[in-house]
Ligand binder design. Structure first.
Ligand code: HEM
Length: 145
């Protein structure tokens, strides 16, 4: 193989790899971007927390929790599952909600408050639904435990 052929192959591979990387990132963090990155997510989680306190269907479950820890961990979790550059360092979902006996009604109430918090923060309906879809996957680890 001549040097120029080797150079051409190397160049082609580099372009291919760069193209893949760009496409990969764009596709992966699209939801994270649509949620307003970590700052946007942190704002909406803060609003969700105010809403939880006001919602008598679920407020009692959250009595006495460490609010700073909850805010940080839920923000990191949503950041990570939306494709953002965060790592969730909280406890596993099943362990956290173990013994709470979270009902379907309570789960739906929290989801409803999350939607309202997202509305409040100008998150598009499409992004809201994409996030809910990913959060619903956690449902079996949260309810009836
Ligand atoms: C999509 C639904 C939900 C998600 C994604 C979620 C996620 C989380 C996360 C990330 C934490 C923090 C864990 C940690 O600090 O280690 C947490 C804590 C907690 N969650 Fe949930 N949760 C959901 C639904 C619910 C529901 C419906 C309830 C009750 C009505 C609930 C009650 C709690 C409580 C009380 C804590 C604090 C536990 C503690 O600090 O000891 N969660 N949740």
């Amino acid at each position: 193989m001549t040097r120029s052929v080797r150079t051409a192959i190397l160049l082609a591979l580099t372009i291919l790899a760069t193209g893949c990387a760009i496409r990969h990132n764009t596709a992966d963090d699209a939801l994270y971007q649509d949620l307003g990155e970590r700052t946007g997510i942190a704002d909406m989680v803060e609003d969700l927390m105010y809403r939880i306190v006001e919602d008598e269907r679920i407020a009692f479950q959250f009595k006495g929790i460490d609010v700073v820890q909850f805010h940080t961990n839920l923000t990191d979790q949503i950041c990570e599952i939306s494709g953002g550059p965060c790592t969730y360092t909280g406890r596993p979902m099943a362990d956290v909600h173990d013994g709470m006996n979270v009902t379907e009604t309570q789960f739906n109430a929290l989801a409803e408050q999350l939607v309202l918090a997202m509305e409040e923060n100008g998150i598009s309906t499409s992004a809201q639904n994409r996030l809910l879809k990913r959060l619903v996957e956690l449902h079996p680890r949260i309810t009836h435990r």
